[in-house]
Design a protein around this ligand. Sequence first.
Ligand SMILES: Cc1cc2nc3c(=O)[nH]c(=O)nc-3n(C[C@H](O)[C@H](O)[C@H](O)COP(=O)(O)O)c2cc1C
Length: 270
Amino acid sequence: VSAAELFAARYGATNAPTATIELPEAVELILRHRTVRQFTDQPVSDDHLTALIAAAQSAPSSSNQQAYSIIEVRDELRKERLRDVGRGSAFLTEAPVILLFVADWARHSQIAMWAGEPSVTQGYLESTLVGAIDAALAAQNLVTAASALGMGTCYLGSLRNEPDFMAEEFGLPDGAVILFGLALGWPDPTEPAGIKPRLPQKAVWHAERYRATELEDIEAYSRALADYYAPQIRPHTWVEFAISRMKDLTGLKGRERMREAFARRGLPSN
Ligand SMILES: Cc1cc2nc3c(=O)[nH]c(=O)nc-3n(C[C@H](O)[C@H](O)[C@H](O)COP(=O)(O)O)c2cc1C
């Protein structure tokens, strides 16, 4: 497959960049990413999960601290409760597995406790960031490996809607907080979803120093995304969507008290 064809799908024909190099399969797989929200009822084997967790753990990790955990959820009733936290998204119960990615300093604190040492740094923003970055890198490695195995995934930020409920449901110790979930399963081939265009490269790729956003790039993107969504009839453009996420607290969908919730989990992020 030519880079041109893949770039056209990723950016929309008019915004696509050019590059006259051959793209290896691994890069093609990444460029073809799409979120999957419809799953068949085929189960996910333990061997598949073993391979996927190994892929996740192969991600780089800040100072090799590996400050994250992954909770596998298969229980039907528990998935129904997760669907409620996710405000009813049906695919949360259709997916055979939900993985929860946890920023986890509880393990380090346990190690410090065994040694009779304090765990002072757990409370600082830097530690929260390290846990969140490590977890996100592991998750994305897993997503790419899953797609190479023919599986599909959907990240679930919606599982941050009820952090206290989640901590209770999953027995989280002090120092551990659920950052996001990932629905995992075998994609239903009838799902009407494709490769979703991204912002033009010019809008995100800065040379040497930051360059302010240009209206024409944003408008070009809004048009590309509108073309992508044309068969699905969307009530808003990307610009309107971006504004609605920023203009008032409703854009945070009830997650405006995340700092306090993290503090209750022992990650005050000072
Ligand atoms: C951290 C994160 C959280 C997300 N949370 C949700 C979610 O709660 N529900 C959902 O349907 N999609 C969720 N998504 C998927 C995004 O909507 C999706 O990645 C985006 O629209 C781009 O589409 P694509 O992945 O198909 O290219 C999330 C993605 C990320 C990276």
